[in-house]
Write a protein that binds this ligand. Structure first.
Ligand code: SF4
Ligand code: SF4
Length: 488
């Protein structure tokens, strides 16, 4: 039978050769025999197994056969009859809900120029009036849906989003009371998360967030110049000087009592250097983690990131990744959350059939109670999949998941980054191509370069301080041994 190399990426790190299997999501250290066999299988003819072993010298035949069998086991080599794509299949029945994202308001007290609520990137029909705030009744119905649809899952999450989330603190407080009551009744655990622009953080709100151990994400774009360029009040005045003392108060209150507070930076054209931004937010302001996200917009917007800016960002990510690796080598946590999250996925051997949890374990709810795949699709009439009073429309949900499954994304089938990417964000795909099920083809170079950087960092940490990676072991990793007994 003919066997050929499956889609993978080989790379060198610390003098060692590794391979990343797109079939299994495993990162594997290769010895010389495994490398030679993999290279042979990567030829157009592949190998005719087991006949090819006849030509091997007696003294190496056994090790070659072992190496071959291990490569097959790791998904790096496959027979001509084996399907190329082995991502998790679509669930056959309704998937349990783990997270509900409540858009408690669609109003905001800022007027950030890149906000997807404005301009042509907006998915909502601007001609139709929407309830500006979610009522407590709608929030409770959403939580009932979460608990009822959660099946056997014990740990549930309620995330509050906006607009500016804290403009509807009454509904947030009522939701927390109700969710905690439902958790007690059902024997489940519930945790809370919230994204805010920090303008409304006051003493009482901070005490409430600490008491209920909220995971808080603050939208902030770096030092004052970068932040105030886009994150302005409606008057045009920048918000940095208003939010900074409030953020410092939150960080001080959370330290040692609450959960780590994250900064979320939206990257736009002309931004400062990534490492400089990180240092300001982490070292000077005191955030424990800092995450960066390129702005989601059509390419015509003047803040959109052109190709040359993406190259600059990648150089910035690379420099910050070096700092992360140096810290990890000394067993210290570094706050570059993008890389931390990617390393976790690589370590656990994640191989995604869908790019994210949207419509799978997570749904968004609009102020009026309409259910959508995630928070970014709320108020998009084309993506409604039910209402919290009548329940999730499982047919629409299944159709969305079917269209978004990586099996439908032909360009992704031959891409080594597929286990981690699976086609990229549905919302971004919709903004770019008018089709949430389309792969994010405009971003492939970036995604592959980022994945390659993550693989390099992962392998170097594994070589220098493998114990650091234990923190990612929430569930058994899928990485498997190579013929030299090494594994990453
Ligand atoms: S969207 Fe691009 S980078 Fe992502 S898996 Fe598909 S082809 Fe690869
Ligand atoms: S569709 Fe995009 S914005 Fe929505 S949850 Fe997925 S990655 Fe996030």
């Amino acid at each position: 039978m003919i066997y050929r190399a499956a889609i993978h990426r080989t790379f060198e790190a610390g003098g060692q050769t590794f391979a990343y299997s797109a079939a299994s999501g495993a990162v594997v250290a290769l010895d010389e025999t495994s490398q030679a066999v993999l290279q042979r299988c990567a030829t157009a003819d592949g190998v005719d197994h087991p006949r090819w072993l006849d030509s091997a010298p007696d003294e190496t035949r056994l090790t070659q056969r072992e190496a071959f069998e291990e490569l097959v086991g790791m998904g790096l080599v496959r027979s001509e009859f084996e399907p190329a794509l082995t991502a998790d299949p679509l669930p056959e029945s309704a998937f349990p809900l783990q997270t509900v994202v409540l858009n408690v308001t669609n109003k905001c007290n800022l007027s950030c120029s890149y906000c997807y609520e404005f301009g042509e990137d907006r998915l909502s029909d601007a001609t139709r009036a929407r309830a500006p705030r979610m009522s407590e009744e709608t929030a409770r119905a959403s939580l009932d849906m979460l608990f009822e649809k959660s099946g056997r899952l014990r740990d549930l999450t309620v995330t509050f989003f906006g607009g500016e989330t804290l403009l509807n603190l009454d509904t947030i407080r009522a939701s927390v009371d109700y969710a905690e009551q439902r958790a007690r009744e059902t024997g489940k655990r519930v945790s809370f998360a919230l994204t805010t622009n920090a303008t409304l953080l006051d003493e009482a709100t901070i005490a409430f967030l600490v008491e209920h151990r909220f995971g808080v994400n603050i939208s902030i774009d770096g030092a004052q110049g970068d932040h105030d360029r886009h994150r302005t009040f409606k008057s045009g005045k920048g918000s940095y000087s208003v939010v900074l003392p409030r953020i410092r108060a939150l960080l001080a209150a959370m330290r040692g009592r609450g959960r780590p507070v994250g900064a979320r930076v939206t990257l736009t054209r002309g931004m400062a250097d990534i490492a400089e931004t990180y240092r300001h937010l982490h070292d000077e302001v005191g955030f424990e983690s800092v995450g960066f996200a390129p702005v989601t917009s059509s390419s015509e917007r003047d803040f959109a990131l052109p190709a040359e800016e993406m190259d600059r960002l990648l150089r910035g990510f690379t420099a910050l990744a070096e700092e992360y690796v140096a810290a990890a080598t000394q067993d210290r946590q570094h706050g570059f959350s993008n890389l931390h999250d990617l390393l976790g996925e690589l370590h656990r051997g994640v191989s995604k059939a869908h790019p994210c949890g949207a419509a799978l374990g997570l749904v968004g709810v609009s102020t009026e109670g309409q259910i959508s795949p995630c928070h970014r699709f709320v108020e998009s009439d084309a993506h409604v999949m039910g209402d919290v009073k009548t329940g999730i429309d499982e047919k629409l949900r299944a159709e969305f998941l079917h269209a978004g499954h990586v099996a439908q994304k032909i360009p992704c089938h031959s891409c080594f980054a597929r286990p981690h990417c699976a086609g990229g964000c549905y919302h971004e795909a919709h903004v770019r191509y008018g089709d949430a099920g389309s792969p994010n083809l405009h971003a492939c170079d970036w995604i592959r370069a980022w994945t390659a950087l993550g693989l390099d960092c992962y392998a170097r940490i594994w070589l220098a301080n493998p114990g650091y990676l234990d923190r990612f072991e929430e569930r058994p990793k899928l990485a498997v041994r190579s013929s030299s007994e090494t594994q990453a």
